[in-house]
Design a protein around this ligand. Structure first.
Ligand SMILES: [Zn+2]
Length: 352
């Protein structure tokens, strides 16, 4: 279990830790504690250094946080240093998103369904039929007023059974990490936040895009060569919610030419829901290309992917009949006991 120092101190940029495990010849490092944030909840991972080695990626593996390095390191103790500019930008964006989501939820009941923070722009998907331009302008103005009020932003831990007044009910059981913007918002969130709304800076809504899920659904069901281009574009440029919709509707026999682009997409995709959906789609497509991609993921050959995606690939292989079963048979003897037993179970399903 990695102690996540950013849970209690988002401003910690330098820390010392003990190396407790390493993989990939010392390029994948596990620490007893870390200030590095792993990609999750729409917030991208931190970068920085462990000793004098660059941290390229940080992966949430559930209990543990993996640090992927540019080259192997040795030694038992390391000093960690975050790329603070990048991290603080993510903190500003994340608290800014909570603030904007709250002012959209409050008078209009516009619920935020997913978020994504990028280097140039951040997106926020609302579950609404329509949004008037006055409502957008009003929300932006109100959000900026609250920025100038410099309200405190605090983090606390509460039990899921007794935590009340959350903007969005949490599905988690047990202790919840709750981020509060004073007199405005309480949200269960594992992300890193600024300490007061003034640190967010000005909030600008650059664009409102209406994406009809039904269009995305219809396009991905058609699957003829002429819709491959718009589908590929949607998978690159749309919000995570739309990407999941498109992938969820890709049908096997008609989507063959998509297996390779999907496999490539998986390596650059950062949103966990979209990653999972890519692996499911590859299982439904089931062509030799798709199987090859699933095998690489299940074998752990795609380095930056967390174990839950290896398990997802195994699940997808169970749906591909005999060729899937052949791959699962090899995986059942995997050195990792969890992978081995998941493959054995999936093999039974595949044979049934
Ligand atoms: Zn959050």
């Amino acid at each position: 279990m990695t102690e996540r120092l950013y849970y209690t101190d988002s401003y910690l940029a330098d820390f010392e830790a003990r190396v407790v495990d390493r993989a990939d010849d010392g390029r994948r490092i596990y620490l007893d504690r870390t200030a590095f944030y792993p990609t999750s909840g729409g917030q991208p991972h931190d970068t920085g250094r462990l000793g004098d080695t660059d941290v390229l990626d940080v992966v949430d593996e559930g209990e543990r946080v993996a640090h992927l390095l540019s080259r192997p390191i040795s030694g038992e103790r390391v000093a960690g240093r975050l790329n603070w500019e990048r991290r603080f930008d993510h903190m500003q964006q994340h608290t800014g998103q909570h603030l904007l989501s709250a002012v959209l939820a409050e008078p209009h009941h516009f619920a935020t369904v997913s978020v994504h923070f990028g280097p140039e722009t951040s997106t926020l998907d609302l579950d609404v039929g329509a949004i008037a331009s006055e409502q957008v302008v009003g929300a932006e103005a109100r959000a900026n007023t609250i920025v100038t009020e410099n309200r405190p932003v605090t983090v606390g831990f509460e039990d899921s059974g007794t935590a009340t007044g959350l903007r969005k009910p949490s599905e988690r059981e047990g202790p919840l990490r709750i981020v509060t913007i004073a007199d405005l918002d309480r949200s269960a969130c594992g992300g890193t936040h600024v300490r007061a709304t003034g640190e967010i800076g000005a909030i600008l809504i650059r664009k409102v895009e209406r994406v009809r899920k039904s269009v995305a659904t219809a396009l991905s069901r058609i699957g003829t060569p002429d819709v491959l281009e718009p589908i590929s574009r949607m998978l690159k440029d749309s919000s995570p919610a739309i990407r999941v919709t498109v992938l969820g509707n890709l049908e096997g026999n008609k989507s063959r030419p998509l297996a390779m682009p999907l496999a490539a997409l998986l390596e650059s995709e950062e949103h966990p829901d979209v990653q999972r959906e890519i692996l499911r789609a590859l299982g439904r497509i089931g062509t030799p290309d798709a199987l090859l991609a699933l095998r690489r993921v299940a074998n752990g050959e795609v380095r930056r992917l967390p174990k839950r995606l290896r398990l997802q690939a195994i699940e997808s292989l169970a749906g591909v009949g005999t060729p899937g079963a052949q791959i699962l048979r090899t995986l059942a003897g995997d050195a990792d006991a969890e992978i081995g037993s998941a493959a054995a179970k999936a093999l039974q399903e595949a044979m049934a």
